[in-house]
Each structure stands twice: as C-alpha cells, then as structure tokens.
Design a protein around this ligand. Structure first.
Ligand code: GAP
Length: 515
C-alpha cells in the first residue's frame, strides 16, 4: 500500500471507530479543527497521563500548572509573538488558493528527495542482497547532484526565513518553477508576513485596548507564573514547570489531518536553570525525551533528531524530534534552549523583577530556560499511525484472512478489556457477563458488548486496540471461569473470574511504560 493510501485508511479508521471526527461535520466541517470521539478521548487522555506522570510525578523538581488561555495582551508583545510570530503567505492569483511559501519550497525539495529514493529502490531491486545503500548514495552521480541541489535550496530557504526576506522567497518560487496544485499556474502574488495569532475582544473595552489573543503556545503562562510557583513551592534551581493545554494558531495551510490544526493541545515543560548550564541541560532533555518516545514501543527507525536550520526568535539552540508519519519524517516535538529571552522580556515590559536569588552563588539573576514542547495531537497521530496494522490473522493459513488491529501498548489502549457473552439471548450468560463487567469496571475502563457474533465483536475490539477480550460461556455458569483472549497473539486461556483483575492489571498499568 502506498503511504498516501495508508494515510487515507488511517483517517477513515479514526472516523469509523470513534477516534476522531471533523469538527462541525454537519455544516461540512471547519478546516483544521477536529473533535475526539469516545475512543479518541481515552487514548489522548492516556498519552497525556503518560507525559504528566513522567514529567511531574517522576521528577521531584518539576511541578504542574494550569494557566488560563487568555493572558494580558502585553504578554504577547514581550514574547515577540505580536511582531515575529509570522508565516510567509502567498496566494495563487488564478485559483485564489493560499499557501505558505516555505512549505511550497519544502514540498519541492521533497519531490527531489522522492526521485533519489526511487533510484535507491530501483538499485536495491537490481543488486539484491549485495546492495550497499550508503555506498550507492555516496557514489551515484545523479544522486550526489540531486542531494547537492536539496542542500543548497535548504540553506537558501533557511537564510530567507531567518532574515525575513520575502522577496527572496518569491524569487525562489519563480526560479524553481513551482506551480499551484489547483490551477497549475505559476501566477503568484508577492510573499508577505502573516501573523498566526487569533485575536478577540474583551466585552467591556473597545478598540486596541481590549484586544486579546488566544494563546499560540502554553509556555508564556509558565513564564509569567515562574516566580509565583518558585516561591509557593520553595523550588531551587534547576526546576521545571509543566503544563498541558490548548493553543491556537491561524495556520495558513491546513493539511495532513490532525498534524497541523488551528486549535490543538500542547504538553510543555520549561526547565529553569543557572545561566551557563544550558548546554548540559539541553543535552539532558534531548536524551530524556527521545527515551520517552521509545518506551511506548516506537522504534528507533521511526524517530530521529533534526537540528533547526533557522532558529525561532527566542532560541539559541533548537532541535526537533521527528517521527516517520505516513507522509514522511516531520516534527513531533521541539526541544529549545530559550536563554533568558522570555523572562528578560517580561521583566523589561512589566517593570517587575523576575530574578531568582541563588543561595549558593549569593547572587540574583534571570534564569535561563530549556523547554520541551510536544503537541498532544501529533503524539496521537504518531501513536495511531504506528499502531494500526493490517495483518493476516495469527494462526490462519489463509493469506486472505486479514484483520485490522491497533497494536497500542496496553497502558495506552482506550478500553482495557471487553466483556462478551457468548450468546446475547441467554439471560444467565448476559447476567454473568454484566456481573464480570461491574467488577472490572471498578478498576479499569472496560466495555460490555453483545451487539454481534463473537467473531465480529473480537474484530471490533482489535480495531480499537483492546488488549483483552473476556468471553463468558456456559462453563462460567458452573465454575466461575471465563476465557481471556490476548489481542496480538490471539492466545486464549481459561481463567477463574477472580484472577481476571490481576492478569489485566499486570499488563495495562502505566508502570509498564517505565520498567
Ligand atoms: N513553546 C514552543 C512551541 O510552541 P512549536 O515548535 O511552535 O514550539 C511545539 O510547537 C509543538 O507543538 C510542535 O512540535 C507540535 O508537536 C505542536 N504543534 C505546533 N503547531 C501545531 C499545530 N498547528 N497543530 C498541531 N500541533 C502543533
């Protein structure tokens, strides 16, 4: 299956099985805004709990916060978002479609990369086992030329973005002959800066004075509270503040499902440190965050670091953790060394001292900050795209006997166990199954289902990632035993009802992600 087909299948699966719906679908939807359905909200909450546990509960020098979405408008002046939180916008004059100029250029580079990959695949086929991909890439003349071209375009793009050189972005669109995907024409407007913040108005104050922004990142709520938190929790540097919450960006291009949304959720942690120690803490958080991703079973081959080519206005070093999404490697998380940019700017604009007294140095200073920032929705997409698999049913000899199974780590699965009576029209079986459901529901998110044949019910649970199915059959009425079926192996075991809780707990506990 092609990557595109895989991605379409994933989106359809998310809708069909109640993970994600387009927002306001009855009105034909609102672009780049999505709603999480019954299983989606459970999976997302589990991902957020995994993050919160690893950040706040397992680090005694990191504490939590839940700051408001609305903040004083000066916050965004100080942070640089009013002046510099822009994307380069360009319109195609024929189709009237809007694009980000940098994304058009990145797509152009991706096309060259796709040509390289095609050559590699062809050569692999030709040379078979003897094929050395690294050597081929380093010695094949056509590939070397194409790679040089990509590197030159990337460097020029990074420079234009850092310098805010809109004229050069326009020149690049023209030089590379980039055309609109809708009209096919190269008839572009000038490239201009477009601020990504949504604004709204306070009810009782007219004009600019009452202008409020919907926060484009949760980080600023942490910065402006840092002294409150430090004093009220008596933290000493280094310490961190973590927060999960909504952020809003008026993205120009709304593509790739929940990858780029206008309303999304971030999980951010700002780590306050002594100036001069930023290199060491930056390295620490890079490693720690990469390990967090691997611990839920995302393989190394799907994760990589990517240093930023052009640094955001607040950073002196920045790296992305990229994930191999169905549409290629893209940013999943950012780790940024933000220096004292934010606290320094808030101190200056507010006129309030935001310094920390370091008892060891007997000195006051504005702390430096290393930030880790990940989108909960992107994490959701990464997790779903890795977990959704179409496979031949284990144990079956028939290659056409396929199933869709969501191989989520049991600790992340929306439903931990489904309780299924063998027959829905036998009152005794139904009563027994409901009894098992009641008992287990005290401990886990479990589901009772008698809406189809056992085979169909199993397939449905596989498709939503339920690690265990318990079938209540006639034997259960005599000896209080049931069969428990494991999602990935399809092994079935007969166990006493009393043992169920222990068996399930052993596998689905969040602790499993940390051992
Ligand atoms: N406080 C730093 C910050 O906001 P960012 O790289 O702009 O940095 C951090 O965003 C993370 O937020 C990204 O790595 C991504 O996971 C997520 N994110 C950013 N924009 C997003 C969008 N439009 N839709 C979904 N997630 C987004």
């Amino acid at each position: 299956m092609s990557q595109q087909a895989d991605f379409k299948k994933l989106i359809a699966h998310c809708k069909e099985y109640g993970f994600i719906y387009q927002s306001s679908e009855v009105y034909d939807g609102l672009s780049a805004v999505y709603d999480y359905g019954p299983y989606g909200v459970e999976l997302k909450n589990n991902l957020k709990s995994y993050w919160w546990k690893s950040m706040v509960q397992m680090n005694d020098n990191i504490v939590g916060l839940d700051s408001a979405i609305f903040m004083h408008p000066k916050t965004w002046k100080a942070s640089g978002h009013v002046d510099a939180f822009n994307d380069p916008l360009v319109d195609n004059k024929d189709s009237k479609k809007r694009y980000r100029a940098d994304v058009l250029i990145e797509d152009y580079m991706a096309k060259i990369e796709a040509k390289i990959n095609k050559d590699v695949v062809k050569a692999k086929k030709r040379f078979g086992d003897a094929f050395d991909e690294k050597q081929f890439r380093e010695t094949n003349g056509r590939i070397i030329e194409r790679q040089k071209n990509i590197d030159a375009i990337a460097a020029r793009l990074a420079k234009a973005m850092t310098d805010g050189d809109m004229a050069d972005l326009k020149a690049q669109l023209e030089e590379y002959g980039i055309a609109c995907e809708v009209s096919g024409s190269k008839n572009w407007t000038e490239v201009r800066q477009f601020n990504l913040m949504f604004s709204t108005q306070l009810g009782n104050i007219a004009g600019e004075e009452g202008k409020l922004y919907l926060r484009p990142e949760t980080a600023q709520g942490i910065f402006v509270n840092y002294l409150n938190v430090q004093k009220s929790t008596r933290q000493k540097l280094p310490f961190g503040i973590a927060q999960i919450g909504k952020a809003f960006r008026n993205e120009i291009t709304a593509r790739q499902f929940i990858f780029r949304m206008r309303e999304f959720e971030q999980m951010e942690m700002q780590f306050f440190i002594r100036p001069g120690t930023q290199k060491e803490w930056y390295a620490h958080w890079k490693e720690s965050r990469m390990n967090w991703h691997k611990a839920i079973g995302h393989p190394e081959t799907k994760l990589r670091f990517h240093d930023h080519d052009n640094l955001a206005h607040y950073a002196d070093a920045a790296v992305d953790i990229q994930f191999d999404f169905p549409f290629g490697f893209k940013e999943l998380e950012g780790i940024h060394s933000r220096t004292d940019f934010d606290l320094g700017a808030h101190q200056e604009l507010s006129g309030k001292k935001l310094q920390y007294f370091d008892p060891e140095l007997n000195e006051n200073y504005v702390p430096y900050v290393v930030e880790t920032s990940i989108g909960a929705d992107r994490m959701f997409l990464a997790t779903m795209s890795h977990a959704l698999i179409e496979e031949q049913v284990p144990g079956s000899d028939d290659p056409n006997n396929k199933r869709d199974v969501l191989k989520l780590h049991p600790a992340l699965a929306p439903i931990k166990c489904a309780i299924l009576p063998l027959k829905k029209n036998d009152e005794r079986l139904v009563a027994k199954a409901k009894d098992v459901y009641k008992k287990l529901s005290l401990s886990f998110n479990v589901q009772y289902d008698d809406t189809g044949s056992i085979g169909k019910l199993y397939r449905r649970q596989d498709a939503i990632g339920t690690p265990f199915c318990v079938t209540v059959d006639f034997e259960a009425l005599d000896d209080d035993t049931v069969t428990i079926r494991e999602r990935d192996t399809l092994n079935q075991e007969r166990v006493s009802i009393d043992k169920l809780e222990g068996i399930i707990r052993d596998k689905v506990d969040m602790k499993q992600l940390f051992v």
